[in-house]
Design a protein around this ligand. Sequence first.
Ligand code: NAP
Length: 314
Amino acid sequence: MEKIVIIGGGPAACTAALYCGRADLAPLCLEGEFTEDMLPGGQLMTTTEVENFPGYPEGVTGAELMADMKKQAERFGARFVYKTAAAVDFSGTPLKVTTQDETLESKAVIIATGATARYLGLESEQRFMNKGVSACATCDGALPRFRGNTVVVVGGGDSAMEESLFLANFAGHVHVVHRRDQFRASKIMEDRVVNHDKITVEWNSVVEEILGDDENGVTGVRLRDTVSEDTRELACVGYFAAIGHKPNTDLFKDVLEMEASGYLVTKPDSTYTNVPGVFACGDAQDKTYRQAITAAGSGCMAAIDATRWLEQQA
Ligand code: NAP
């Protein structure tokens, strides 16, 4: 029987593991498996430089930050395994979490499963996946396919800015396609994009279709102007979706209270879910801030909530 199982491997999970470790709970952290589009360690593993995590005046890479967080938690007895929760049974006690090869029993569970990149939902996105279509410039941007060539990034948030700036290091030219006439991104990121001589912003535009063929993959996109309704084609070899994320909470459907959008509902000012002993933190629960530092903060909250709850059960 585990005292606490943490599902996730990003900043929320690692911070929860650190605090639970220091509370002598020997937490078991299911940090996920290595798959084609996700590495254990969460979304920061697919980012480049993290410039806004306090304590790193020169910035830090996402991978380094996660390695440090994990190491710090391990120092206090947290155990990390490359496993994914495949099913949960929270109908009674102990709480049960089934991985690919075993069913764990635990007194408490912290959910820190994070979020995954969204696509527009076009059939052509699926068709040209890995043939020019990607949602991760950091993972794929340096591929020979994109070097010196034209690519398109869709979105107007910080992710779209970050992806465009990263791609501009390799690509011949980057077009940022945004559906409105102003960005949602922070001013500093926006300024870097609009002042970059290798980046052009296509305001008030949406991608209607990704064009291409089986042999060449992506060869262009069809854009529609949302004001004039005119359509036009833009030649490119790459299409990067940067339109936000979906919380990884499918596992908890009909088990835990969640919003229609999938974000887990927690009791006000806490990480308590509607099931006693189950706590939620990070991007699986936070639809507002979604920062590494806020995920880490809510992981700390979940660990404190869980520790106090376990003490009350003793
Ligand atoms: P986001 O802030 O939610 O932005 C998503 C963007 O995609 C918005 O501009 C949105 O347009 C657009 N969009 C959404 N659905 C669309 C659709 N169906 N068709 C066309 N466009 C669509 O997501 P994000 O950029 O991934 O950022 C998420 C959070 O992480 C934010 O809090 C952000 O600050 C943070 N973040 C920070 C950094 C950093 O500081 N270095 C880097 C990356 C992310 P509208 O604007 O019209 O809604």
